[in-house]
Write a protein that binds this ligand. Structure first.
Ligand code: AQP
Length: 341
């Protein structure tokens, strides 16, 4: 497998499912980093609402439409600029699904069965899970490779899917004797690659967790944020002198990581600042910080959601721009595979 992507345009792709309201985990683990990459200007940046992925588990149609527009508002309110980045809804760019089919014929059953997200989400009832849930990672590979994306910023939970994307690109290139798809690099860095539930430090913060107290939503009010952090699970120990002292204290570690990510510091710096203090002192500081950072984003989201027609117009424009990239890449793929057109 060659990782030489020098012949490809430096290009970032990433996506989020409109499967519920956005969480602080999505913001810190994904969107905030997407904005940083957009602003760095070293790569073209393409960000997506992956609605085709969302329906791999049941979505009420009205909720899906609402959540898609809310996610678009979340991207925009957080600083994604539709002039600097391409912002799209996956189903509006049909080449994603078309390349996804080709990749269904490249990926091997054995590879797919090893995916931990499949095992977690299908659970014991896998006979009843959708075929789409099983194929989730091949569509994700297509999302990325239909742009020849070289870099994908994601949270820790998506690492295995990125490895599969690389395997699919390498197998396609090998089977057809071409050097057509890049071997995409995952970008998993920072203190926020895995923000955990506020109720259980062993579970990731998730928009589909049945308990709303487990997460901070981007649209939460200051009162909601204060209440959720106040009730967040911790332990009776004070904050340690160094991060090593947070070992085996997952809930404490999580709150420190959240503070660090929100304040653009390292966990070491946060621990140094609060060493010896109880959570009764640390939590109010965390609430103030979170309200200061998240409040304006939530307000702007609410403002943007008042005008869904404007969001739809932006997404249609994004899809048009995206297809200038995806249509030629899909046509070349079809040529390589031997499809007559
Ligand atoms: N808790 C998290 N910490 C850090 N990063 C996270 N991400 C999600 N949760 C956390 C990152 O957000 C991006 C989009 O994820 P997604 O919405 O497509 O799917 P997900 O990872 O399955 O997110 P959820 O919130 O848990 O959704 P549901 O509940 O619908 O499954 C990814 O980059 C992910 O790493």
């Amino acid at each position: 497998m060659t990782d030489d992507n020098s012949k490809f345009t430096p290009r970032v792709f990433s996506g989020i499912q409109p499967s519920g309201g956005l969480t602080l985990g999505n913001y810190l683990g994904a969107i905030k980093r997407f904005v940083d990459m957009q602003e760095a200007g070293s790569h073209e940046t393409i960000y997506c609402m992956v609605d085709l992925h969302a329906i791999t588990v049941w979505q009420d149609p009205a909720d899906l439409a609402k959540n898609t527009r809310e996610l678009a508002a979340g991207y925009l309110a957080s600083g994604i600029d539709p002039e600097k980045s391409i912002l799209i809804n996956q189903s509006q760019v049909p080449e994603h699904a078309q390349l996804g089919w080709i990749f269904n014929c490249v990926a091997r059953m054995g590879w797919m069965k090893r995916m931990t997200q499949w095992k977690d989400k299908a659970g014991k009832n896998s006979e009843n899970a959708s075929l789409g849930l099983f194929g989730y990672p091949t569509l994700m590979a297509a999302d990325i490779l239909v742009y020849h994306a070289t870099h994908v910023p994601v949270g820790e939970d998506q690492k295995q899917h990125l490895e599969l994307t690389r395997d699919i690109a390498a197998k396609f290139n090998h089977d057809y004797g071409v050097d057509f798809f890049p071997i995409t690099e995952p970008v998993i860095e920072g203190t926020a690659t895995r923000i955990m539930s506020l109720r259980d430090g062993s579970k990731k913060m998730s928009k589909s967790d049945p308990s709303d107290m487990s997460r901070i939503n981007l649209t939460d009010t200051a009162d909601d944020i204060a209440k959720k952090f106040r009730k967040a699970k911790t332990d009776p120990e004070p904050l340690p002198e160094t991060v090593d002292g947070l070992e085996n204290r997952p809930e404490a570690r999580n709150l420190v990581n959240i503070y660090a990510a929100l304040s653009d510091q390292s966990a070491d710096q946060v621990v140094a600042e609060f060493a010896g203090q109880q959570f009764g002192q640390f939590k109010p500081a965390l609430v103030d910080l979170a309200v200061a950072k998240m409040g304006p984003i939530g307000d702007e989201m609410n403002r943007l959601m008042q005008d869904p027609a404007e969001i739809d117009r932006l997404l249609a424009r994004g899809a048009e721009r995206a297809r200038e990239i995806t249509a030629p890449i899909l046509q070349q793929t079809y040529d390589i595979v031997g499809m007559v057109r």
